[in-house]
Ligand binder design. Structure first.
Ligand code: NAD
Length: 302
């Protein structure tokens, strides 16, 4: 594509997403505060920026894939941040999972600077980001701007869901992650109980798959990660705790109670106080088994 692209935040998700755009023959300038994250992207043809100014000053589309609301705000609004150097009429495409109120504020600032802003947080796992099979929840009511980012989304994923106006993508993401992360904890508790009372994992897997207890956390996520003895992230327990916090904070500001969600967030909070903080969120199972003082279950054949 003819547009100049800048990509900021090259972690577990942003790294493979940027690589997939570059592999389609698009020129991308890239930046991460952790220089080691830039190396694999430079290897496949990304142009490294030494700072945000150098990375974005010629960009028509600037993509951010950063951990938290604070990170996105700082990358955008600091004196040496995006808004200080961006070209007029550029499009800012934030794909991070952040607080909807943060998205609304950044959208307002972009509008004041005559910039287009689109929120397009990402669904599915790191493995999908690597294979280019991600899902995007897009908040955008400007068709001209959407047409410009569409080829990039197609390079990074397979499923684009138009959620509505700016801010609706991040709202869908926060609610959907609330469900995913709560189901992960229920799955960890169920498998810990199954293990403690002596159920065979392969048999229980079959029973579960044949009933309405069947869920993607057990059969897709846990079976491809923790149950195969792989608890490297993936999606960290730290980020999961952040996302449960976003759901609870959003619910609180709209006077909606999330009693189960609050309990689940407390579990992520405890799990991140020790060695599991930077492990994959499926390691909730190992944390629960540790508390129950039993060996965690593992599939016999991978
Ligand atoms: P990550 O921690 O692996 O990567 C984030 C990257 O941002 C890091 O490389 C970090 O150095 C960089 N960074 C932080 N502050 C920066 C700054 N000021 N300037 C430049 N770079 C900066 O996180 P991730 O797993 O890639 O997740 C990124 C976002 O995507 C998060 O909001 C997360 O909730 C969301 N997400 C993650 C997954 C997943 O499975 N990992 C899936 C969907 C969505």
């Amino acid at each position: 594509m003819g547009e100049n692209i800048a990509f900021i935040g090259l972690g577990a998700m942003g790294g493979p997403m940027a690589q997939n755009i570059i592999r389609k023959g698009t020129k991308v300038s890239v930046y991460d505060i952790d220089k080691t994250k830039m190396d694999p992207i430079i290897e496949v043809g990304g142009t490294p920026g030494r700072n945000i100014k150098e990375t974005i000053e010629n960009a028509d589309i600037i993509i951010t894939m950063l951990p938290s609301t604070e990170n996105v705000k700082s990358v955008m609004t600091d004196n040496d941040g995006v808004l200080s150097f961006v070209k007029p009429n550029a499009i800012i495409l934030d794909m991070s999972t952040i607080a909807p109120t943060g998205t609304d504020e950044i959208y307002r600032l972009c509008k004041e600077s005559n910039l287009q802003f689109i929120d397009a947080p990402v669904g599915r796992l790191v493995s999908h980001a690597i294979s280019g099979d991600s899902l995007f929840m897009v908040g955008c009511d400007n068709e001209e701007a959407f047409k410009k980012i569409e080829p990039l989304l197609n390079a990074m994923g397979t499923t684009i869901i138009r959620c509505g106006k700016v801010g609706s993508g991040i709202r869908a993401k926060v609610v959907n992650n609330f469900q995913i992360l709560s189901i992960a904890q229920i799955t960890a508790e169920a498998l810990t109980l199954a293990q403690k009372i002596g159920l065979d994992l392969d048999v229980f897997k079959e029973v579960n798959a044949g009933t309405t207890a069947n869920n993607g956390q057990f059969h897709i996520n846990f079976l491809s990660k923790v149950l195969k003895n792989d608890i490297e992230p993936g999606f960290t327990i730290d980020l999961a705790h952040k996302d449960m916090g976003l759901a609870i904070e959003t619910a609180n500001s709209f006077r909606v109670g999330l009693p189960v969600g609050s309990a689940v967030q407390a579990v992520y909070g405890q799990a991140r106080s020790g060695k599991f903080a930077k492990k994959d969120f499926s390691a909730l199972l190992d944390y629960a088994c540790e508390l129950a003082e039993i060996d965690p279950p593992r599939v016999k054949k991978s």
